[in-house]
Design a protein around this ligand. Structure first.
Ligand SMILES: CC(=O)N[C@H]1[C@@H](OP(=O)(O)OP(=O)(O)OC[C@H]2O[C@@H](n3ccc(=O)[nH]c3=O)[C@H](O)[C@@H]2O)O[C@H](CO)[C@@H](O)[C@@H]1O
Length: 395
């Protein structure tokens, strides 16, 4: 029996409770899943009620507000990890862990009152209380993991979840035994608008008068806060780089002033080819469409976007990301000739050695971009929605 149709006849809206956030990497896949579910059920004229549970200070609260999605908050505890186990017993960690039972109690009343057909967790500390509450209230729980190795929150929740949806085949072998039977590979959902950018609109939207049409464009991004390491090697490479390319540099809101002062000291013709910004908002799809080469951290969200688009990229992984997963992500693509990864010592010189051939040789750049595209999963959101509906139908 088709569960959509039977429930639809009952006339009750489908209720999705979504939890996850903290960073873009956890937030945007959740948002994309919500929108895709709404579009899927709109076809059967079934209404969807969505409740997002997160932290008020997190990106998820802003994203939910902008999308008109109902939002509730729970107390969470963040575990600050350290190589030294003694340092993990810090006053901040002890205080935060003390908040977890309160968060679970709050989460339990939220889940009991909302009675979701299914709960989706995309990870981040905030997902733990809601995921645990879903299990206590016996609501179906789908855990989506963006990275190759399960994040801490999802590891806690994977056991007993109705389904663990992962982004890469290589994750399957790393799952806890209890989660293996329920696992499906969906890929990591990418916001549909990210795939529909328009290059010429980017130049207009950025008001970029010094843009040199005869040169390729490099988009540099360090994630929402910017990346100090990337900012430094780009700054030190600017005179070299701007001879060869236009550069859009997303540097993090706090770094705009210092980099802007430095750029102003460059010859005017070069400085005009440099567009500096703290954060790239709604114009992101157009900026990505304009980019011939991307220099970036290798977080799972960025990787999913760049592979779905088929972009040539130079990755500078964040060394301290959990379990070195960014290095793993970057190496995986680099080994397949689908990206360049800077894995050892990183300097302006290593960046220039990596970028030089991509800027001077169109054929080489296109070949890397095509191989990157082969790793993309533009249907990830649809597959995740399949998993949500399947879990709901069994709930
Ligand atoms: C420091 C850290 O722990 N990072 C983790 C975090 O990544 P984090 O969320 O920092 O980075 P991701 O690459 O996963 O996602 C960033 C998202 O923000 C968007 N963006 C970025 C900059 C900007 O100006 N505008 C904009 O819209 C990107 O297009 C992308 O959609 O979660 C990921 C997924 O679990 C992990 O793989 C990363 O290791």
């Amino acid at each position: 029996m088709n569960h959509d149709d039977s429930d639809n006849r009952a006339g009750r809206p489908f209720r999705l409770l979504v939890t996850g956030g903290g960073t873009g990497g956890h937030t945007y896949p959740a948002l994309t899943a919500v929108r895709t579910l709404q579009a899927r059920l709109a076809v059967t004229r079934r209404a969807v009620e969505v409740l997002w549970v997160g932290t008020a200070a997190g990106l998820e609260a802003r994203v939910a507000a902008a999308e008109g999605i109902a939002f509730a908050e729970v107390a969470t505890g963040k575990i600050r990890r350290s190589a030294n186990p003694l340092k993990m017993v810090s006053p901040a960690n002890v205080k935060d862990m003390g908040r977890v039972p309160l968060g679970v109690a709050q989460a339990r009343s939220i889940v009991a009152a909302f009675r979701p057909d299914v709960v989706l967790s995309t990870g981040g500390y905030v997902a733990v209380p809601i995921g645990l509450a879903a299990k206590m209230c016996r609501r179906p729980l789908v855990v989506h993991e963006q990275t190759v190795r399960l994040g801490l929150a999802n590891r806690v929740l994977a056991r007993g979840a109705s389904c663990v949806a992962v982004s890469a085949e290589s994750t399957l072998g790393l799952l806890p035994e209890a989660a293996k039977a329920t696992a499906v590979v969906t890929g990591n959902p990418v916001r549909p608008e990210v795939l529909a950018g328009n290059a010429s609109k980017a130049v207009e939207a950025l008001g970029w008068h010094g843009f040199a049409r005869h040169l390729p464009t490099v988009y540099v991004t360090g994630g929402a806060q910017g990346a100090q390491q990337i900012n430094t090697i780009i700054r030190d490479s600017l005179p070299w780089l701007l001879e060869r390319a236009n550069v859009v540099h997303q540097c993090g809101p706090k770094n705009v002033e210092a980099l802007g002062t430095y750029a102003a000291s460059l010859p005017a013709e070069l400085a005009a080819r440099y567009h500096l910004t703290g954060f790239v908002g709604p114009e992101l799809p157009d900026v990505l469409a304009l980019a011939d080469v991307v220099v970036s951290r290798s977080g799972a969200g960025t990787l999913a976007e760049l592979t779905a688009l088929g972009k040539a990229a130079v990755f500078v992984p964040l060394a301290s990301a959990a379990g070195n997963e960014q290095a793993h992500n970057a190496r995986h693509l680099a080994d397949a000739g689908a990206a360049v990864a800077l894995l050892g010592e990183v300097s302006a010189q290593t960046l220039q050695e990596a970028l030089g051939p991509l800027l001077s040789d169109d054929t080489k750049r296109r070949a890397i971009a095509e191989r990157a595209r082969a790793h993309g999963r533009p249907d990830a959101a649809e597959r995740l929605v399949d998993a949500l509906l399947k879990a709901a139908s069994k709930g």
